[in-house]
Design a protein around this ligand. Structure first.
Ligand SMILES: [Zn+2]
Length: 222
């Protein structure tokens, strides 16, 4: 009796381990299929239903899209309406070609990509009109053709003083960028307090920081 009960336990254990192994294999296989699927189809087609602001919109079917590498004014900030209207006029009702880089979605579950409509690079048009800032992250590849195009568009808008670049602001004495970051701050911002020498960069004007592709901190709003 005791022997057969032991054997049964052994059998049950073996079964459980087999199931665990099978599950693990299935998860790995699913991941592989997903990744290969993404590689084969870097550009997907969608129709823009409505815009929420200058850099995000809803697609037909309810999915949301956030424009990659740019940041436009939030509701209540200057030029929010202008940025929203521009995206509305360019995108609503149109077929959108979305180009994804690295990941397809941001942390809020929105699609994240470069948007092309009738072969116009929409992210770039927003920056060209000064209705948003280039907005980069540590993992951004600065030598990618899209980022170069976007930085050129922003430099152009700075030179012409259009949109956000034409607004009157009380200047700080200088602006600070922490090493490895793409944000610039006011001298008093908590994010750049007590920095050690050699771990930050100083810009005399916000235009100089923007010209190099840095974007304003969302807290101290320089
Ligand atoms: Zn700051």
């Amino acid at each position: 009796m005791a022997v057969s009960s032991k054997r049964r336990t052994k059998k049950r254990r073996l079964l459980i381990w087999s199931l665990v192994l099978l599950l693990a294999l299935l998860i790995v296989a699913f991941r592989l299929v997903e990744e290969i699927g993404q590689e084969r189809e870097p550009t997907d087609r969608f129709i823009v239903a409505r815009v929420q602001d200058g850099d995000s919109m809803e697609l037909q079917g309810g999915d949301r899209l956030r424009l990659r590498a740019i940041d436009t004014p939030e509701k209540g900030q200057p030029l929010f309406d202008e940025a929203t209207r521009l995206l509305d006029s360019l995108a609503v009702g149109k077929i959108a070609d979305i180009r994804f880089v690295n990941q397809r979605r941001d942390k809020y579950g929105r699609l994240l990509g470069y948007l092309y409509i009738d072969s116009l690079f929409i992210n770039k048009i927003i920056l060209e009109n000064g209705l948003g800032y280039l907005y980069l992250f540590r993992d951004t590849r600065l030598d990618s053709p899209e980022i170069r195009e976007l930085l050129d568009a922003q430099r152009n808008a700075i030179k012409r003083g259009v949109g956000l670049h034409g607004l009157k602001r009380a200047p700080e004495d200088y602006y600070i960028v922490k090493q490895g970051s793409f944000r610039f701050h006011r001298p008093g911002c908590r994010a750049v307090r007590d920095l050690k020498p050699g771990t930050f960069q100083i810009f005399e004007t916000r235009e100089e920081a923007l010209y190099e592709g840095f974007s304003p901190c969302r807290n101290c709003k320089p």
